[in-house]
Design a binder for this molecule. Sequence first.
Ligand code: WT7
Length: 632
Amino acid sequence: MNLRIKSFEEYQSKYKQSVANPEQFWAEIADTFSWQQKWDNVLDWNFNDPSIKWFSGGKMNITENLLDRHLKDRGNKVAFHWEPNDINESGKSITYNELHKEVCKLSNGLKELGIEKGDRVCIYMPMVLEATVAILACARIGAVHSIVFAGFSSSALANRIDDAQAKLVITSDGLNRGTKKVDLKSMVDEAVKDCSSIQHVLVLDCIHSKPTMKEGRDIDYHALINKQPHDCTPETMDAEDMLFILYTSGSTGKPKGVVHTCGGYMVYTSYSFENVFQYEENDVFWCTADIGWITGHSYIVYGPLLSGATSVIFEGIPTFPDAGRFWQVCEKYKVNQFYTAPTAIRALMAHGTEIVNKYDLSSLKVIGSVGEPINEEAWNWYHEHIGKGNCPVVDTWWQTETGGIMLSGLGDLSPMNPTHAGFPLPGIQPALLDSDGNEIIENDQEGYLCMKFPWPSILRTTYGDHDRCKNTYFSNYKGYYFTGDGAKRDKNGMYRIIGRVDDVINVSGHRFGTAEIEDAINTNSFAIESAVVGYPHDIKGQGIYAYVVVDKSHTGSEREISASLIESVSSGIGRIAKPDKIQMVTGLPKTRSGKIMRRILRKIAEGEKANFGDTSTLLDPSVVEEIVGNSK
Ligand code: WT7
């Protein structure tokens, strides 16, 4: 923990160095970690293949850096305070020594199950300490983890297991979520039925539901680890060996497995963590994301542990038992840096300030936002009522593919401007391109946000399909990584993110491809065809609006059909992707060549009744009138 920049001037000079001599810049940072063998080359890259290698030839293990390296000075320091869903249950705190022991035990257990370096392990778990232990045990033995958010359905889980050809699923009997209990084990049973790669399912007891265990396949977590030795030598990994796969949605096809590798991801998550949050040795950090998303990977698990931090892991939800829960947890652990999503801020804002003011939030130093654009009203409320006007708001822009925060202020060092993510971190070289691929040099113009130089935690490939990686990110603009977002840059060099420019929608900070939701709807026998678009939603940022052409030969009320369509999305993807509005239509607006004119559907979903721009290519304009007439 010595990577922290301490003034804005220092940031500016570091930024210049990082652009003038990126290899030297990152080598100096990488040198502060523990390597079993030094790298041959700092960086080899081209964005055409693409082929990107950081610190290749370097030998290391990320868990040696985030556990073993700290034991001498921080062995008894708390790594995590775990706060359960139920406010009346007592939490648990785990020190670096204890975490090391738990990780080693499970590492040995995984080896006993036949898991070897390079094997894929799927993790489908609630927000409990064992989820972190599972992640780190994989990394320790060189197995590649693929975490699937526990809100995804069994069929979404099966797709991900199958794509990665995972040998093992680590799960629990169920999870606690507010007043509900969710059965995870039966979802896993359903998912692995047809996954021939799966050899074992490791099951942690979380809700004491005593699930049926399949003989020879299912293994109890504690039965496996209790008998294991407390030490496990970390596997020697090349910096460019795979660390994990994380599936994320794009504008076409099934979600793709974004691949991150060991060395670069280690260097960048730790560096960005310390700088963006200005984390100091005795601070307590809390990121409210789920470990199933990249935010949880990078800023609950890897970044904070690499930096020897103390963090909070929270099992529950912001509104249980009431809307004061986040603030009560901040008070309880004297949280110094708090990191959440705009959707949570907007939802809590609706409950007023009285409940906030019941808690002492004076420990807060930095408050962060991530996942979607934060609107000015939410920014102001967060700044004034949570930060009490004296905590900087760091609006952090990044993606699953970037591995770490790319655009953001650095704690209280940087100037802030509501709704502006701010400045590129050192080493990050953004560019705004016009539709011809020319860089926009002038200020205050909207362009396609791209990156012109690699940073250590950029994705390396999409699992099992390198062409897809190339086509999605490196082909739109030759020589650039394309983010899929539109952005503007102001005269001070601060970036403002406008939003996605592709068919990806961002619902409560969760990313879905419209095609993926349409595919789920189209599996329903009522549906002939569908088109899904996003529309502005007060709490979620974007809501999901589905236009569905329904098979008339079916009898069924509109309500029944809607419920059935929603069920198809819940079972195909998960409840988090279910449409907010469903409109049954007799046809979709298509061009003569059969392409759906989504632009028109988006406008209708936004409430527009006329002014659809150029509609001369429409095959049947009467379709639009009908849709407008019945719009929701
Ligand atoms: C997309 C990435 C890694 C963060 C969690 C989501 C949007 C993310 C911001 C922000 C405006 C943001 C972008 C991006 N996004 N952070 N601070 N301001 N938009 O990761 O699921 O990979 O989604 O989320 O559109 O492309 P993700």
